[in-house]
Every structure is written in C-alpha cells, then in structure tokens.
Design a protein around this ligand. Structure first.
Ligand code: PEP
Length: 268
C-alpha cells in the first residue's frame, strides 16, 4: 500500500434527494470517527453538493462530484463544468463505467475530463475496468492499457500524482442490485489488474509516479468484504457504490479500515 493512507469513496450515483442526503451525512457523522490515515470522500448528486458542503465536518469528509463537463463555460445546456465545482469538491469521478457504457463517453472525452479536472485543481478519480465479455475474450490488459494511457496522455508529469485510479471491473459492479451477494474478484485478479495499471502509468511517467499513484478497487464492496479487498496487493482504498447508501454498511467499511490501519500501525 502507498503512503499508508487509505482512501474510501462513497459513490451515491443517482440516489437520494437533498433531504435524504443530509440525513445520511448526519448518520455517518454520528458513527464515524476521524483518523488521520483514512481519507473519507462522499460523492452525492450534483444537487446535494452545495448544501452538504455546509453540513459536513471537513475534518471527516471531503466531497466529490460524480461527473462534470470538460469545457469551462459556454453553450452546453444541462452541463456543469469543472471550474464551477472548483471550490466545492476535492475530487471528481471520471470515466465511470456508467458514463462509458450508458452515456457512450469515448476515451478521448474521458482524457479531456481528466485534463479539465487538473486544470481546475480537482483530483480526478479515473475509473477503468473490463466488461465480462472483454475478460472472457482475454482483453483485460489491453482494455486497461487503452483506458489508462488515453486518459493520462495530456498531463504534465507534475500533475500525475493528483490522479487517483479506481480499478472497477464492470462485471463486479452491483448496479444497485444486492451488492452483498454479487460476485467479487479474487485478490489475485485485483492484484494483477492493479499491476497492469501501474505498469501503464510507469511507461508514461516513470516508476516513481507508478508506485505513488493511489489505486482503489471498486465493485460490490460491503462491510463484510472490505478488509479482504483492501488487503489485496496494490490496493490503496475502495470506491463503494451500493453499500455507501446504507450508513451501517458504509460505517462498517470504515470500521474495517480502522481495524486494518490499527493492525498495521501496531496500535492496541
Ligand atoms: C460503482 O459503481 O462505482 C460501484 C463501486 O458500485 P457497487 O459498489 O454498487 O458495485
């Protein structure tokens, strides 16, 4: 694990209105304690970002947008730009499989979004990962290569450390179904994919950038599977979908991270 700091991100997707989002944050505040070696990030709907920015204890949580448009302003009806989010969020999710597959976002658009995030001082959480069919056809490494190298190709070396990558095999995502019964990859599958990602980053920006890159795992993580997933080789944290909507599950994931960090640091 890099830097000995875990990053856990809750992606609420298109769920919870502003009031429901506020209640969830209230419950999480009650249950979750601050720990310096765990960074917690919430990605509510665009609409809830502003009110939650006034509600959250910033020592506990950072905010993340789920998407943004790569042009800073102009005639793009319905879009919100990275520059509009600048003072509101630390992170933006880019290249989520929902965006790639349901909204047909091409590799080049994702590259432009990564660049726009960096330009506006926001860290992109770049999601990459293969579909079930691509895995079956032996294309996993090629898919990851194409997604990583295109997305990172317009960056200056000094900006690469601001990027977080999430390995999210599309076949492991719960898609809002029962995440606790969904298939999750073995630690070996996760470790192999993450090695491939670091290799691609190394080819572009060198071994130090690759080693320091924070890489998350995402796909049907729950309180009961979190520790094993976080202990998989190369994993620096989790991107959590379905389970992040349930305060007991999400705080259970954070508890697992606490226990893991406590064990690593040798605290009693
Ligand atoms: C996701 O879609 O980013 C995700 C991780 O979802 P889930 O945990 O529900 O599989």
């Amino acid at each position: 694990m890099n830097q000995n700091r875990l990053l856990i991100v809750g992606n609420w997707k298109m769920n919870l209105n502003v009031q429901q989002a506020s209640i969830l944050v209230h419950r999480l505040h009650e249950r979750i304690r601050i720990r310096r070696d765990i960074e917690l990030v919430l990605a509510p709907s665009m609409l809830a970002l502003q009110p939650l920015s006034l509600q959250i204890d910033r020592r506990k949580f950072r905010l993340c947008a789920q998407n943004a448009y790569f042009v800073d302003e102009g005639a793009y009806t319905g879009e919100v730009s990275f520059s509009m989010l600048q003072d509101l969020v630390h992170y933006v999710i880019v290249g989520h499989s929902d965006r790639r597959h349901k909204f047909n976002e091409p590799l080049e658009m994702i590259r432009d979004k990564v660049a726009a995030a960096i330009r506006n001082d926001i860290s992109p959480i770049l999601c990459v990962g293969e579909t079930a069919e691509e895995r079956k056809d032996g294309e996993t490494k090629q898919v990851i290569h194409d997604q990583v190298t295109t997305a990172l190709s317009n960056l200056a070396s000094r900006d690469v450390s601001k990027v977080v990558i999430a390995y999210e095999p599309v076949w492991a995502l719960s898609n809002g179904t029962d995440y606790s019964h969904h298939e999750i990859p073995t630690p070996d599958i996760i470790a192999e994919a993450i090695r491939a990602i670091r290799h691609n980053v190394s080819e572009l920006y060198g071994p130090t950038a690759a080693k320091e890159m924070r890489i998350l795992y995402g796909g049907s993580a729950s309180a009961s599977t979190a520790r094993g997933l976080m202990e998989s080789e190369g994993v620096d944290g989790l991107l959590v979908g379905g389970a992040s909507l349930n305060y007991q599950e999400f705080s259970g994931i954070v508890d697992a991270a606490y226990r893991m960090q406590t064990a690593i640091s040798g605290e009693i």
